[in-house]
Design a protein around this ligand. Structure first.
Ligand SMILES: O=C(O)CCC(=O)C(=O)O
Ligand SMILES: [Fe+2]
Length: 327
């Protein structure tokens, strides 16, 4: 960083930045005077930022209808145009501007070293507005029970580069319904691999390969196993919105999900294996360098859910106990 940070194209001296920061009680507050595009913090519902077909998709969803703009990619996986390229650029520039300030950055989860929780830079209210007016009607149409209401969200940006985090191991989200929108930039590789639902007999069987497109959101249940394939070239950055439905989380179905775990119907597909979660990973693949210790914390499949041909060594190996989702 040089003499100061750029705010709205103007240089703000470090002394001013230090002064604002000293008055603030949180990084979010300290960032208020340093914002690059203040509109991102007042409302995202602007014509120049929303894809032209979005409001038609939402209006149809409110009437219980599937608009052609809402594409079924595969069972339980849908996509639609959400943001314009202009919005994608504005959000990426905002995140970069935040990084430049040197204010503290909390990473979105244990598996991600370069992203940022956008709720924590002040975007929580505008994402809540987007959630309630755009995402919720779509989720309600697709999953009438799990998507019936959203009470909170965890929203963050993920970033992949071949020299940094190249991909993301297979996992489920601590989310009831996940919206994942690609902000760019240019890249090859970095697709999204989908497998089955946690606790289903085909949890670790391949189901779909999704290719991200700038501005387009893919939506799925958090309980669906998925992971980001390694990026080959360029940078991919996505905005991820994990939506929580507290009524669903208090339901009997949710409480019973680990007891209702089905036996796996056969060995896993290699592309659905997780080096973080799977006890049988080393039977099929070598651990990526530095991740060998994961075997101690792996839990999947739980002993009662092992496929018939699972070796006794692995079947009887210790698990780390109850299943925890990615945090
Ligand atoms: O990079 C992606 O598209 C997926 C990211 C993801 O699944 C997550 O952060 O939970
Ligand atoms: Fe995820």
């Amino acid at each position: 960083m040089g003499l100061g940070v750029s705010v709205g194209g103007k240089q703000v001296p470090n002394a001013l930045k230090r002064f604002a920061t000293s008055l603030a009680t949180s990084p979010e507050e300290a960032y208020v005077p340093l914002r690059k595009t203040p509109e991102l913090f007042s409302s995202l519902l602007r014509d120049e930022w929303l894809a032209p077909t979005l409001m038609e998709v939402v209006a149809a969803a409110r009437e219980g209808k599937m608009h052609p703009g809402l594409k079924k990619e595969a069972e339980g996986i849908y996509s639609f145009e959400l943001f314009t390229p202009k919005f994608c650029r504005a959000l990426l520039d905002e995140v970069d501007n935040y990084f430049e300030t040197g204010l503290p950055v909390r990473r979105p989860n244990s598996m991600n070293n370069y992203g940022l929780i956008v709720n924590e830079i002040g975007m929580k209210p505008t994402i809540t507005e987007l959630q309630q007016s755009v995402l919720l009607p779509i989720a309600k149409l697709l999953w009438p029970k799990i998507g019936a209401a959203f009470h909170s969200h965890h929203s963050f940006m993920v970033q992949y580069r071949s020299t940094e985090d190249a991909g993301l191991d297979l996992h489920t989200d601590d989310s009831d319904v996940t919206f994942n929108v690609c902000l760019g930039e240019e890249f090859t590789g970095a697709g999204l691999t989908f497998c089955g639902y946690m606790g289903a007999h085909d949890h670790r069987h391949f189901s779909y390969a999704y290719q991200h497109e700038k501005g387009r959101a893919v939506v799925h249940l958090g309980s669906r196993r998925h992971g980001a394939d390694d990026i080959q070239t360029g940078t991919r950055r996505n905005l991820i919105i994990w939506n929580h439905n507290m009524q669903h989380r208090q339901s009997r179905e949710y409480a019973m999900r680990m007891y209702d775990y089905q036996q796996e119907s056969g060995p896993p597909d290699k592309r659905c294996l997780s080096f973080t979660h799977d006890r049988d990973y080393p039977l099929y693949k070598d651990y990526p360098p530095g991740t060998e210790d994961n075997s101690k914390r792996a839990w999947c499949p739980p002993p009662a859910a092992c496929y018939d041909t699972m070796s006794d060594d692995i079947r009887n190996s210790r698990t780390r106990g109850p299943v925890k989702k990615k945090t």
